[in-house]
Design a protein around this ligand. Structure first.
Ligand code: FAD
Length: 442
C-alpha cells in the first residue's frame, strides 16, 4: 500500500504531502476545514511572507523557540530551496525590507494555489472537511488514522473564518484509514477560526507523548485594566520598551508599538511577548512594560532640553511643555505618573518636580497581566516536546510510523517569514522520510 497520511493541510502538511508523493508514496492529506491553508491565507496581512532571504544560519536566532532543533531541516530544505520550489511552480517572488519574501502578486492565495498544484501533479490526494480524531495503533507503531467528516465547522453561514470557532463543530460518523506512516501537521492553537485550534493535542497526549504547554508567542501584551484607557489608536515610533519581572529587566526592544483596545501591540511588543507569556505561565512575578519615551536623550540632555523650554516658554503651563515632548494622549498619563499638575505654571515647577517628569518620560510604566490570549497570537509556542522527535527525520523516537512537522512542534519564531520556513522545512523532511520508510518496507 505504501500510504502516507498527512493530518492538516496547512503549510507544513501540504509540503509534507508534496514531498512524500514526489518520492512515490500514496499520499492522502486530511484537512478538517472545507479548504486547506486557511491560516496561510491571513499571513503577512494576506500577502504571505513565505520566508526570509537571510543566510540559513540566521534562521536559528530568529527562531527563539528552539530554532536549533531545525538546524538539520533548514540545511536539507533551505529558503533558497523553498524559493526554487515556488519558482518551478511559476510563482514569482519579491524580497522586501528586512529580507521578507512575498509572492510577486502580493496574494497569499497564489502561494496556496502553487502548493495545491504541486500536490496534484505529484499524485497526492487532499480530502477537505475530514477531521482526524485519533490514531490507530499496534504496540509501538501507528497503523492508521481515525477521522470524521466535518458537517459544520462551527461558523455561521458567511462568518469570517478569522473569528474564533465559537459554535460547535459538528462531526459525522467515524472512519478508519490504514497507513504505513502518519505525519501530524495540525499546527498551533492561535486564530482558531483557521482550523488550527489544538484539537489534536489530547490525542497526542493520550499516546503518552510529552507535550510542552501551548502559550502565545508574537501576541499583543495585556495591561492591567484601565492602565491604557484613552490611548487606543496611539502609535509610538522609536521608543525603547523593557519588560520588568519583579522590577528586574528581562527583555528589551527598540522600535514601534501601538495601543489597541485592551492591549499593546506592534513589533516591540510582539517580540517580547514570548518571554512575557512564559513568565505569566511559569512564574508569579509582577510584570511591567517600561517605556523610554525619549531614548535618544540621556537624562541630563533631556533635563537641559526641558530647562530651555521652561525659559523660552516661561508663561506656559507644564502640560504645554510636556505636549512638546510626547503625543497629546500621553500628556496626562505622563504627568499623572510623575504626580504633577499640568495646570501649574512652569515658573513654579521645582527641580524635584522636573526630575520626576524626566523619570516619568524615561520610565513610563504599564503594569501587565501578561499577553493577550493565545487565540490572538500569531504563533503558538509549545506543542510536541522536541525530545520526542528526531531532528534529522522528524520521526517520533518512540513510535514507528509517526512524524511531525510545523507549528504542532515546540518551535516558534519571530515575524519575517521564519515561521512559514520552519513549517516548510520540517514538512519537507517529514515527507521525505515518511516516504522513504513506507517505500523501503514494501
Ligand atoms: C495573522 C497571522 C499572520 C502570520 N503571518 C505570517 C507570515 O507572514 N510569515 C510567516 O512565516 N508566518 C506567519 N504566521 C505564522 C504561520 O502562519 C504559521 O506558523 C504556519 O501557518 C504554521 O504552519 P502549520 O502547517 O504548522 O500549521 P497551520 O498552517 O496552522 O495548518 C494546520 C492545519 O491543520 C488543520 N487541522 C488541525 N487539526 C486537524 C485535524 N484534527 N484533522 C485535520 N486537519 C486538522 C487546520 O485546519 C490547518 O489547516 C502568521 C500567523 C498568523 C496567525
Amino acid at each position: 500500500m505504501s500510504r502516507v497520511i498527512v493530518i492538516g493541510g496547512g503549510a507544513a502538511g501540504l509540503m509534507a504531502g508534496i514531498t512524500a508523493a514526489r518520492q512515490g508514496a500514496t499520499v492522502v492529506v486530511l484537512e478538517r476545514m472545507q479548504e486547506p491553508g486557511k491560516k496561510m491565507m491571513i499571513t503577512g496581512k494576506g500577502r504571505c511572507n513565505i520566508t526570509n532571504s537571510c543566510a540559513v544560519k540566521e534562521f536559528i536566532p530568529n527562531l527563539p523557540g528552539n530554532g536549533k532543533f531545525l538546524f538539520s531541516a533548514l540545511q536539507q530544505f533551505s529558503n533558497d530551496a523553498l524559493l526554487s520550489f515556488f519558482h518551478e511552480q511559476g510563482l514569482e517572488t519579491v524580497t522586501e525590507r528586512g529580507g521578507r519574501v512575498f509572492p510577486a502578486t502580493g496574494k497569499a492565495r497564489d502561494v496556496i494555489a502553487a502548493l495545491l498544484s504541486a500536490l496534484q501533479k505529484a499524485g497526492g490526494r487532499l480530502v477537505n472537511g475530514a477531521q482526524a480524531v485519533g490514531l490507530v495503533m499496534k504496540p509501538g507503531q501507528v497503523t492508521g488514522v481515525r477521522y470524521r467528516n466535518v458537517e459544520n465547522d462551527g461558523r455561521k453561514e458567511g462568518q469570517d473564518f478569522r473569528s474564533s470557532t465559537k459554535g460547535r463543530v459538528k462531526l459525522g460518523p467515524e472512519h478508519t484509514l490504514a497507513a504505513d506512516a502518519v505525519i501530524v501537521c495540525t499546527g498551533g492553537a492561535s486564530y482558531p477560526g483557521t482550523g488550527s485550534d489544538g484539537n489534536f493535542v489530547p490525542v497526542l497526549e493520550n499516546l503518552g507523548l510529552a507535550m510542552e504547554p501551548l502559550l502565545p508567542a508574537l501576541a499583543p501584551l495585556q495591561p492591567e485594566e484601565g492602565f491604557t484607557e484613552g490611548l487606543e489608536g496611539l502609535a509610538l515610533k522609536n521608543i525603547r520598551a523593557t519588560v520588568l519581572a519583579d522590577g528586574k529587566a528581562v527583555a528589551e526592544e527598540f522600535g514601534e508599538l501601538q495601543f489597541i483596545r485592551g492591549g499593546v501591540a506592534g513589533p516591540v511588543c510582539l517580540t517580547v511577548s514570548r518571554k512575557v507569556a512564559r513568565l505569566q505561565h511559569f512564574s508569579r512575578a509582577a510584570l511591567e512594560l517600561e517605556l523610554d519615551l525619549k531614548p535618544a536623550l540621556a537624562e541630563d540632555k533631556l533635563d537641559a532640553r526641558i530647562m530651555r523650554d521652561f525659559q523660552e516658554f516661561s508663561k506656559s503651563r507644564l502640560s504645554e511643555i510636556v505636549r512638546k515632548l510626547v503625543p497629546q494622549p500621553l500628556v496626562e498619563p505622563v504627568l499623572d505618573s510623575a504626580f504633577l499638575d499640568g495646570a501649574k505654571a512652569v515658573s513654579q515647577v521645582s527641580k524635584k518636580e522636573r526630575q520626576n517628569l524626566i523619570y516619568a518620560l524615561k520610565h513610563f510604566t504599564i503594569p501587565l497581566t501578561g499577553t493577550r490570549p493565545l487565540a490572538e497570537a500569531i504563533v503558538t509556542a509549545g506543542g510536541v516536546a522536541l525530545k520526542e522527535i528526531d531532528p534529522k527525520t522528524m520521526a517520533a523516537k518512540r513510535m514507528a510510523g509517526l512524524y511531525f512537522a510545523g507549528e504542532v512542534m515546540d518551535v516558534d519564531g519571530y515575524t519575517g517569514g521564519f515561521n512559514l520556513q520552519a513549517a516548510f522545512s520540517s514538512g519537507y523532511v517529514a515527507g521525505l522520510n515518511a516516504a522513504k520508510q513506507v517505500l523501503s518496507s514494501k
